[in-house]
Design a binder for this molecule. Structure first.
Ligand SMILES: [Zn+2]
Length: 411
């Protein structure tokens, strides 16, 4: 396989992590008038670098096209809002942030995290590439630059005197096509004694939890702790602390500072995670090579459940329209032959159709009207929240199905 080489170290990419076939862009939800048009599909083939073990997709489509009108407004999830408040409270105390500080968030979405800092009197600035989302944030009172973040944007911030005391980049590292330029930009935008926090789904948990559906075109890179720390070190940043957090089925939050100056000693948790990953084989190609068969078996298990349910005359609907659901449904070949529809709380998605499968998206009230036998929870990372919100399906004997790590019915 010839290609541009590893996004981090440039080595040739010769090893498959998992090949999920051809898939449309996960967030390309269709309005009714596009149902009869051609739809672009791209390879969803993740490879692992034999030198630095970065798991990655090639960049098949320009990020502007992927993120230009991004329909994800994270404020709709209660779990996310709570996560944001807790993070902000922790950071304000730990890094002694006050009215003289600046908190900058990269990929700030609708500004819900920055609002938690702003409400405590701390100046904030968001950087958000999706124009429609940046505009909504700005209108709600969160200063927001509608830009992609990278070295160029960091230089502009620097010359405008806007370096960060706390620079937050949560769930963005995976989305960055030019990884080295992005990380160099983080360093540039950080005050000499400032702190960077990065959250990203933990590749070790992805493998252990069989979370292959979190692989989609918008996620270019998948990081172990070891690889993430190497990427940061390559640009002069030192990881001095790390926490495991439950978001996205198991994520890491790493804390980094300028490597030069050496004021901060890495915590014991840094060596604990390193040792954990080395023991789990994250520095060995065979660990990655074993993943693909595990994924194929998950597809067989989900299809087996759905085929048996349909043969027994049961009705099945989906819940949620997350990006991961599209990887799952397209890879498994699950369309309207199995799922009558899916239901999502976001009014931006209702009345539209999932890409590829063309499953219609309705509002959640539809579930009470149609009384399905099974509800397949696509955003399985929010399963507890959704199971309690939809507890009423038990009134008619409805049951929940969780697709990952393997198809499981919850009584
Ligand atoms: Zn590499």
């Amino acid at each position: 396989m010839s290609g541009p080489g590893c996004r981090n170290c440039g080595a040739p990419l010769r090893h498959t992590f998992v090949d999920l076939g051809m898939s449309p862009l996960s967030n390309a939800i269709l309005p009714p008038e596009q149902l009869n048009s051609m739809e672009p599909f791209y390879p969803l083939h993740a490879r692992v670098c034999e030198r630095c073990f970065l798991v990655q997709l090639e960049e098949y489509e320009r990020p502007e096209k992927i993120f230009g009108d991004y329909p994800f407004f994270s404020s709709f999830s209660e779990t996310w809002l709570r996560h944001s408040r807790e993070f902000a409270e922790g950071a304000i105390g730990r890094f002694q942030l006050d009215a003289r500080s600046l908190v900058v968030e990269v990929a700030s979405n609708d500004g819900h995290l920055l609002r938690c800092f702003q409400q405590r009197g701390i100046p904030v600035l968001g950087v958000e590439p999706a124009q429609n989302v940046a505009r909504a944030a700005e209108e709600s009172g969160i200063p927001t630059l509608a830009k992609f973040f990278g070295t160029q944007t960091a230089v502009e911030l620097h010359s405008a005197g806007q370096q960060a005391d706390l620079l937050v980049a949560n769930n963005v590292l995976a989305h960055v096509p030019d990884l080295r330029d992005f990380v160099a930009g983080l360093k540039r935008a950080l005050k000499p004694r400032g702190t960077i926090t990065l959250e990203f789904p933990h590749l070790l948990r992805l493998i252990q939890g069989n979370q292959f559906d979190t692989i989609y075109h918008e996620h270019f890179s998948y990081f172990s702790f070891l690889t993430a720390a190497d990427v940061l070190a390559g640009q002069g940043l030192l990881v001095f602390d790390v926490e495991e957090i439950p978001t996205h089925g198991g994520s890491l939050r790493v804390y980094a500072c300028h490597a030069a100056g050496g004021s901060r000693e890495p915590s014991a948790r840094v060596s604990e995670i390193r040792n954990l990953e080395i023991a789990a084989g994250m520095r060995q190609l065979k660990t990655y090579a074993a993943f693909a068969e595990q994924v194929r078996e998950t597809k067989r298990a989900l299809l087996q459940f759905l085929i048996q349910a349909k043969r027994a005359g049961k009705s099945v609907v989906g819940y949620g329209a997350p990006a991961k659901g599209n990887t799952l449904l397209n890879y498994c070949g699950v369309g309207r032959d199995f799922l009558d529809y899916t239901a999502d709380v976001s009014p931006h998605k209702q009345g539209r159709y999932l890409p590829g499968t063309h499953i219609p998206i309705h509002e959640p009230g539809m579930i009470r009207k149609t009384r399905p036998d099974y509800v397949l929870i696509l955003p399985w990372n929010l399963r507890d929240e959704i199971v309690s919100q939809l507890a009423y399906i038990r009134e008619w004997g409805g049951r929940f199905v969780i697709p990952i790590p393997t198809a499981e019915v919850i009584e």
